[in-house]
Design a binder for this molecule. Structure first.
Ligand code: AMP
Ligand code: MG
Length: 356
């Protein structure tokens, strides 16, 4: 087996509407041999390895620099694959799969003995998802494996929404990157835990608690640990406790009425520039002309929350490339997926918010 850090990474373009069988066979073969392949999903790019092979799981942690107590999500292509990884399949899982799979929903269930503890970070539960992307589904089928895949970024960096982001972080450390173009959703899957008394959202995403509750016909609660801004309550998903998604520069969110936000950000920008700092502002189509910063990054139209989610991580990566010293962002508490967007943005900003 090749070791991490010395290999040449093969990068192949794959058109999701016309999948190249030859490339996919090669990619599937690499997974079956215990190697790592990054691939597009509808949420973010994943870094895949054989989920039932402890050595492959270990390679994933090594390539990402991910703490080994942070479990991986197992990706499947058929609902029946769940029988291989789950101890029992709760009735709720069937309902949710009917409604949302393939799609951006991860379910936590008790794990079977077939799943190595390297994959679940030592936990007795396992996270399972069926991604809604033709390249991801084809890769799972061609490999003949179930694929453990966290986001394909270096641990602590924003998740990758384009193959180029994966290459920036993992070139030379993994066997292959499948480039299927930019992803559709841009933030990671919603995680729902089905091992608690009440179904519990451990990570907000594109599928909201309201949507889940409607399908289940019961109350869905939100892990109190992900709402707290301080460290008093630990989130149940180990990954949610880490300072994720963080750009290198300090970041501050300014919340309030549009005009007041623009005025405050311009005032703060001027103060930082007077200290010799380069300042970036994360703005919308509606406000981008009104800022005086060194760099204005437009995330999309305020009313288009899908576009905001899609562009968020790319913009955080741009801030790193542009070597800015301070980032000011508007707040995006949008109606449907605002909770998921703000969960990421607040983490990026280390929960620093100024209300005006
Ligand atoms: P990523 O694949 O990088 O988006 O990260 C997967 C997320 O799922 C992390 O936040 C993990 O902590 C979480 N996760 C995976 N498996 C479990 C599990 N068995 N119980 C709770 N959280 C999990
Ligand atoms: Mg991740």
């Amino acid at each position: 087996m090749k070791s991490v850090g010395v290999m040449e990474t093969i990068i192949e373009k794959v058109d999701p509407r016309q999948i190249d069988e030859h490339i996919m066979e090669q990619a599937g073969q690499l997974i079956a041999e215990g190697e790592l392949v990054a691939f597009p999903t509808e949420t973010v790019y994943g870094l895949g390895g054989d989920a039932l092979h402890p050595e492959a799981a270990k390679k994933i942690y090594a390539a990402k620099g991910r703490p080994s107590d942070n479990p991986l999500i197992v990706h499947i292509a058929e609902f029946s694959d769940m029988e291989r990884v789950a101890k029992t399949i709760p009735e709720q899982a069937k309902k949710l799969a009917d409604a949302f799979w393939p799609g951006p929903l991860t379910m936590i269930v008790w794990k079977s003995d077939a799943v190595p503890s390297a994959t679940t970070g030592g936990m007795d539960t396992v996270a399972v998802r069926m991604p809604n992307h033709p390249v991801a589904l084809d890769l799972i089928r061609k490999s003949g494996c179930l694929i453990a895949a966290p986001s394909a970024n270096t641990s602590g960096r924003p998740s990758p929404t384009e193959a180029q982001h994966v290459a920036e972080d993992l070139s030379g450390r993994i066997a292959m990157i499948l480039d299927g173009g930019p992803v559709g959703i841009g933030i990671e899957s919603t995680i729902i835990d089905l091992t608690e008394d009440k179904p519990m959202v451990l990570r907000p995403g594109y599928i909201t608690p309201e949507m889940l509750s409607e399908v289940l016909g019961e109350e869905v609660v939100i892990d109190p640990g992900i709402i707290a801004a301080d460290d008093t309550r630990k989130p149940k998903a180990p990954g949610m406790k880490y300072k994720h998604y963080a750009p290198k520069a300090d970041m501050v969110i300014v919340d309030g009425a549009q005009d007041a936000v623009v005025a405050k950000i311009n005032e703060l920008t001027a103060a930082r520039q007077a200290e010799g700092k380069k300042v970036a502002v994360i703005a919308t189509e509606e406000t981008k002309e009104q800022y005086d910063a060194d760099v204005i990054l437009c995330i999309g139209k305020r009313a288009d929350e899908d576009a905001i989610a899609q562009h968020l991580y790319k913009i955080l990566r741009e801030c790193d490339e542009l070597n800015v010293g301070e980032i000011y962002s508007e707040c995006f508490q949008t109606p449907r997926i605002g909770q998921a967007i703000m969960n990421r943005l607040l983490k990026a900003a280390g929960h620093t918010v100024i209300h005006v």
